[in-house]
Design a protein around this ligand. Structure first.
Ligand SMILES: NC(=O)C1=CN([C@@H]2O[C@H](COP(=O)(O)OP(=O)(O)OC[C@H]3O[C@@H](n4cnc5c(N)ncnc54)[C@H](OP(=O)(O)O)[C@@H]3O)[C@@H](O)[C@H]2O)C=CC1
Ligand SMILES: O=C1OC[C@@H](O)[C@H](O)[C@H]1O
Length: 347
């Protein structure tokens, strides 16, 4: 099935994603905002024919068969479920929901309707990440022992959705989920045994800088570190009994472009410099400037979703429903440990 995109929410990330759809020469049929004025401005900027002044009008638009949900976290569930009820496939920005309860409800509805639904964990669609998965699956490096991954930027308080709990504020849901996703890539979900989390809390109540440690089986440990108060190294290290993979440089670890793969190494003997594998982005042609660094990488996620629809899939094999479920279980648990609760947790 050919994808005919409708863009919901005319903010920053929707603009970057639409830029990539245009780069890919995808069909962007319509956009929608809570206000017609903002929708029309977005349509003009991105050369989209139809601008809807409400999300309802987008859901009712028969030309649209897949909706990209790019509004704030707290409003994802409502938008996803309304889109599914209107018979549309959905790609929803991360985090798909505020908690596991919301996520389970959306996944159940997608299943009932037989429609495609993916949480936009775009990191998984990058060629570098797919290569990491391939190396790990090959068994070449042996058993995974430890993963350390981090992601942090200084995000000013003016970006209210990061600080206001009523808008889903907090670093864990915004950034922490990326390093956690690297840990989930490296270990077998069936071996997950539990987590420990700690975080600093802003005076308005949202978590800012934190660490979540996940245990797998009796020998595996993953450590995810995040911050929205400081730029971190933005790297991932996957250490195995027979070598390691270091995801580094060029871009941040949520938009990876370079790997260093070391093989061998034994007691008293290092594994050497390792082999470098580079995955540069193709030259980018877009309509307008990006709001976020590395957003060009959305070309991979957009292509992947279109391939899924062409194949008639209802979930992505790169970021499965089971992984979305486990991620949100880990996020819920970490939030309980650091003492951050959202209004949605009371429902
Ligand atoms: N994958 C990635 O790398 C990134 C993902 N994201 C994700 O994208 C989502 C949006 O982030 P971003 O684009 O930075 O956000 P914006 O602040 O640009 O807001 C996006 C849209 O959300 C709606 N919105 C904003 N404030 C409110 C409010 N108070 N109540 C209801 N709706 C509101 C508006 O929709 P409307 O136009 O209809 O008024 C707005 O255009 C987040 O969930 C975030 O996690 C963000 C950045 C990078
Ligand atoms: O997903 C994201 O990646 C880039 C960050 O700056 C942004 O806050 C976040 O939503």
């Amino acid at each position: 099935m050919a994808s005919r995109w409708g863009i919901l929410g005319c903010g920053k990330i929707s603009s970057d994603f639409t830029n990539c759809l245009k780069h890919n020469a995808s069909q962007v049929v319509a956009c929608a905002s809570r206000t017609l004025q903002s929708s029309e401005a977005f349509a003009k900027k991105h050369k989209i024919d139809k601008a809807h002044g409400s999300y309802q009008d987008l859901f009712a638009d028969e030309d649209v068969n897949i909706v990209y949900i790019g509004n704030v976290h707290t409003h994802h569930r409502l938008a996803v479920e309304a889109a599914l009820r209107a018979g549309k496939h959905v790609l929803c920005e991360k985090p798909m929901g505020m908690n596991s309860g919301e996520v389970e409800s959306m996944l159940a509805l997608a299943k009932e309707k037989g429609l495609f639904l993916m949480e936009g964990l775009w990191t998984r669609c990058f060629p570098a990440t797919r290569r990491v998965a391939e190396i790990l699956r090959s068994g070449d490096l042996g058993k995974v022992v430890s993963v350390t991954a981090d992601l942090g930027f200084f995000i000013p308080e003016e970006v209210r959705r990061l600080y206001d709990l009523d808008l889903g504020g907090g670093g864990l849901l915004d950034l922490g989920l990326y390093p956690i996703s690297w840990i989930l890539l490296a270990f077998d979900a069936a071996d997950f045994r539990g987590s420990n989390a700690t975080a600093t809390i802003h005076h308005e109540g949202a978590d800012m800088t934190g660490t979540v440690t996940l245990r797998f089986g009796d020998q595996g440990l993953g450590t995810a570190h995040y911050s929205c108060r400081a730029e971190t190294q933005k790297e991932t290290h996957i250490c195995c009994e027979g070598g390691s993979i270091h995801v580094n440089r060029c871009w941040s670890a949520h938009a990876p472009a370079r790997l260093v793969v070391k093989r061998g190494g034994s007691y008293g003997l290092e594994g050497g410099e390792g082999e470098v594998e580079e995955f540069p982005l193709p030259e980018f042609v877009g309509n307008c400037a990006m709001n976020f660094g590395n957003s060009e990488g959305f070309i991979y996620e957009a292509r992947h979703v279109e391939e899924c629809l062409e194949k008639g899939l209802v979930e992505s094999p790169l970021w499965t429903h089971a992984e979305t479920r486990l991620l949100h279980r880990v996020l819920d648990d970490a939030r309980r440990q650091v003492g951050v609760a959202y209004p949605q947790d009371k429902n």
